[in-house]
Ligand binder design. Structure first.
Ligand code: NCD
Ligand code: ZN
Length: 346
């Protein structure tokens, strides 16, 4: 039986750190295990220019506790008014590593997102030219499309046409939740990658709805049926370099989750690496955890793999994770996998 496994220090290729008191509270949870993260720009107001990204990066670095190291990889929030020159300058300086596309209204703080994809054509062409990846929230928002079908419909109606119209554009399908997403990635070349979250490897839609509504399992894209979860597990543990860990750890206060119209997002920064060790062990793929969490991301983004390592150790007793993280905005519930986990990061 494997007692411990040492892997290159992981990175998180999709992370929400928020701002202010929440940033202060959640940043150490990520920086404890992860060296770098792609920082989502859906603040209020969103991070839309190079100047905004530079200022946000400074706020993140000043919130980092003494003795911890962490490199935020900044992104810009794509709007119909994004200036290709500003974006190219922010990429050339090394500040910005990707651009995030939210279809308007698709998820938390996405109101400034894109409605008319023709309006961002010039920006996408510029990105293809300079090799700057586009991170895509892949859900259509049409009222007549069922929420469980929104990812599959997005691939066919929006993503595939955009990619055909913009050859050479590097795209990350963020937080895929369906077998359709997995199959689409596999059918394409290495210009297309996909992040997979920790929680989508663990929960299906029953976890949200059976036995009472569980707001802390509600996130977007919403978890799908079990066959889709199994397809995600197979993809993440396959060693295929196009599947990348992006936790989408998305903190909201309990007050904002446990209410009549609760926010979408699971907060997994605290226990993600232990949960992934459990998942990969269960699937007989512990030797592929390093690919998923530490190697595939840098490879897609053209960055070096981290030099240092972390060690995951098997424990005799279930690891006790904090149930909540305190912030000055209020408590944030840590994702509960619903089973005991016998792994800890040492
Ligand atoms: C994210 C958030 O809270 O910002 N929520 C979520 O459910 N994943 C937004 C997102 O990534 O869709
Ligand atoms: Zn997200």
């Amino acid at each position: 039986m494997t007692q411990s496994i040492t892997i290159r220090r992981p990175d998180d290729w999709h992370l929400h750190l928020r701002d202010g008191a929440m940033l202060q509270a959640v940043l150490p949870e990520t920086a404890r295990h992860f060296a770098r993260a792609i920082i989502m720009p859906n603040l209020v107001p969103p991070v839309v220019t190079g100047d905004h990204a530079a200022a946000y990066r400074d706020r993140i670095l000043s919130a980092l506790p003494d003795g911890m190291s962490f490199e935020p990889l900044m992104t810009l929030y794509l709007t119909e008014n994004t200036d290709p020159q500003d974006l190219a300058a922010a990429a050339a300086s090394g500040l910005v590593k990707a651009v995030k596309l939210y279809p308007a209204g698709a998820t938390t703080n996405s109101a400034s997102g894109v409605r008319d994809f023709d309006k961002v054509r010039g920006v996408l062409e510029k990105m293809a030219e300079i090799g700057l990846p586009l991170c895509v929230h892949g859900e259509v928002t049409d009222a007549d499309i069922d929420i469980f079908d929104r990812e599959a419909v997005f691939i066919e109606r929006v993503l595939d046409p955009i990619r055909r119209a913009t050859p050479g554009l590097r795209v990350v399908m963020e937080h895929i939740t369906t077998a359709d997403g997995v199959d689409y990635v596999k059918s394409q070349d290495s210009d297309l990658g996909a992040t997979i979250t920790t929680h989508h490897l663990i929960i299906n839609r029953n976890h949200i709805l059976v036995g009472g509504i569980k707001p802390h399992y509600y996130c977007l894209p919403v978890a799908k049926r079990e066959t889709h979860r199994l397809a995600l597990r197979a993809a993440a543990t396959s060693g295929d370099a196009r599947f990348i860990l992006g936790t989408d750890s998305a903190p909201h206060t309990d007050a904002n989750k446990e209410t009549a119209c609760g926010c979408a997002g699971c907060f997994t920064a605290t226990n993600t690496m232990a949960l992934l060790a459990h998942v990969f062990e269960e699937d007989g793929a512990l030797d592929r955890l390093e690919d998923f969490a530490s190697r595939n991301g840098p490879r897609f983004y053209g960055l070096p793999v981290n030099k240092d390592t972390i060690t995951l150790t098997k424990t005799a007793e279930p690891t006790v994770f904090p149930q909540k993280i305190d912030s000055n905005d209020g408590p944030v519930t840590v994702f509960d996998p619903g089973f005991p986990v016998f792994w800890t990061v040492t």
